[in-house]
Write a protein of this length. Sequence first.
Length: 393
Amino acid sequence: MQTVTVLGATGSIGCNTLDVIARHPDAYRVFAITGHSQLELLMQQAKVCSPRYVVLADESRYQEAKALASEYGVTADILCGPAALEDVASAGEVDIVMAAIVGGAGLLPTLAAVKAAKKVLLANKEALVMSGALFIDAARQSGASILPIDSEHNAIFQCLPQDFNYGDLAGSGIHSILLTGSGGPFRTRDLSTFADISVEEACSHPNWDMGRKITVDSATMMNKGLEFIEACWLFGLATEDITVVLHPQSTIHSMVQYVDGSVIAQLGHPDMRTPIAYGLAWPERIEAGVAPLDFSQLADLTFDTPCPERYPNLQLAIDACKEGQAATTRLNAANEVAVEAFLNGAIRFTDIARVNQDTLNKMEPLTVSSLQQILEQDRAAREVAQQITRGLT
Ligand code: NAD
Ligand code: MG
């Protein structure tokens, strides 16, 4: 029996994680679930999965949460605040931590799980983009295993040889990593209409059902940019090792190209329960509730190259990756501010890349390594991005 903490239980990944866990009551027990704003959903989840702790990120809603807990008959202890998130991520009783908080807010609890040598199922890509070397070094030092949940990285992990040495592509006869992306809802939309893209249009992804932030990131392809950086850190890759391939059907979730001409791909329905189940059970496999892929029903699989004018954020992220940690931390921070402003109707879709680019341009190059420096760059970039955003509204 493995004990699991689900950080970000009320989100899209969190709900899918609890769904997979519920299919295997003899294998997994929930220790803690955490949420931020959807208190009712959090209590409904607690009623079903009976965790020891229910954690609320937002301290100001503690009384409301206590009242709801008694209304729902939830007997778990209710905790709140940032320290409680770290506590349930690192508690001695916990074997597995699903890191599924969205954005930089997930960094500290995810790092706490890594430092406590947990099996960390990493969905929260922003945490790794923000902290890169520090995150990977912490895992190396503690002995934590990092299992990628992002579908592309989970696919790459499955396609790499089992004895793959971090960063040593040549040693495994690997030519390159093919990172696939659907291109989002605006792959064929007339470029001259991009400034008019509405929140509703940007929030409807053709293949995946996800949280709003990552859905907008998929529309701008900043998501692929963050994933590019994520892949570099997870597998020890150089930027030249990765080619981004557009694949609108999202059936292939990424590939590894070997020097002998072989390409190994991982395929499946666009359903996050597959990578979640893989991460939970690794190195074994468990049923995920996902139907088998029926090749007689598959439409044509097509491929393309992303067009830079359509997806300026992708190139920004690749350039930041080449530049180093300060740039990727700042880009992630600026993007969180810009996407939130877009979702609130304050800026246009095309302004997202502008805020990101201008934030990077306004800040001096810098070398950062400590957690304190990283958090300071995150804070400073958010301030710059907010200023730029205000100038656009
Ligand atoms: P979501 O918006 O659906 O859920 C986010 C979760 O984080 C919620 O539980 C929310 O309560 C919590 N949260 C939000 N702000 C918080 C804060 N300030 N403090 C603490 N908790 C907070 O997002 P999602 O789509 O589930 O994505 C979660 C993470 O997984 C993201 O980093 C995303 O990039 C990554 N991811 C998601 C998918 C997907 O299919 N949804 C796929 C790959 C990777
Ligand atoms: Mg992904």
